[in-house]
Design a protein around this ligand. Structure first.
Ligand SMILES: [Zn+2]
Length: 254
């Protein structure tokens, strides 16, 4: 077994036997691993194994079975995220999405840092819905989905009011709308923003602000993309959708 110190994010924990726990942690240096915590309720580790905890972990990595946590420190408290059910449900969803695209033991430090940074920006108060959209779009590649939202799939021209075609899995410019009679009829701002989301870096994120109507259109289209190309159905996403519907009902009553 190898002893390392690594940043890690707790994905979930579950009970195991009497008072032990199995804890899944996405570590920066060793990928996603299952850790065994004996006598969890009496353990000094108990505060460090809650879902959504990010900390520096000192761990013993076992490539053939369960790994072990020796200690943890430098916990990043996502205080604001944890206090708001909307923020918390979006944070839980992007964590579940990262979990879903990642194989056990696969080293992916770039994804780790991207996930940690996205959660930090949520904590800072940036728009969690837009952050989630950006996370979803940039994660498509990890699900093996490669879509071009930059140029027309036929003539490769850029900067036009594009629509999306599922038949061609790509954009159509106005001259090529006719190629697919079942094209999506999107608001052209939707593919434009998705193209931005694919390429965006966190420094530019501070300035993003979108109208509720546009956010709804993005949500709908990204849901369709995930349905068509990824095909996973996460409980945490269902929860967000239910929250949304419930929120709409409340607004309608006002
Ligand atoms: Zn074209």
């Amino acid at each position: 077994m190898e002893r390392i110190e690594t940043r890690g994010l707790v994905l979930y924990n579950r009970n195991f036997r009497e008072d032990d726990k199995l804890v899944k942690i996405f570590t920066e240096k060793a990928g996603k691993r299952m850790f065994f915590v004996k006598h969890a309720s009496k353990s000094k580790l108990v505060a460090g194994i809650q879902p959504l905890t990010v900390a520096d972990f000192i761990v013993k990595i076992n490539d053939d079975g369960l790994s072990y946590i020796e200690d943890f420190h430098q916990v990043q408290p996502f205080k604001k995220v944890n206090e708001d059910i909307f923020q918390l449900s979006y944070a839980s969803y992007i964590v579940a999405l990262a979990d879903a695209c990642l194989q056990d033991n696969m080293h992916d430090p770039a994804l780790f840092r991207f996930l940690e940074k996205t959660l930090e920006l949520m904590e800072e108060g940036l728009d969690y819905e837009v952050l989630t959209n950006i996370f979803e779009i940039q994660l498509l590649g990890r699900f093996g989905v490669s879509l071009n939202f930059h140029e027309c799939g036929f003539c490769h021209r850029v900067g036009l009011p594009f629509d999306f075609s599922y038949a061609y899995s790509g954009l159509l410019c106005p001259q090529h709308y006719q190629e697919d009679e079942r094209r999506s009829h999107l608001d052209p701002n939707v593919p434009y923003l998705i193209d931005q989301f694919q390429a965006i870096s966190f420094d530019e994120l501070k300035t993003i602000s979108l109208q509720p109507e546009m956010k709804k259109k993005l949500r709908l289209f990204i849901d369709q993309l995930y349905e068509e190309y990824v095909g996973i159905h996460l409980k945490s996403k269902k929860f967000i959708d239910d929250l949304q519907n419930w929120g709409d009902v409340m607004k309608g009553k006002k």
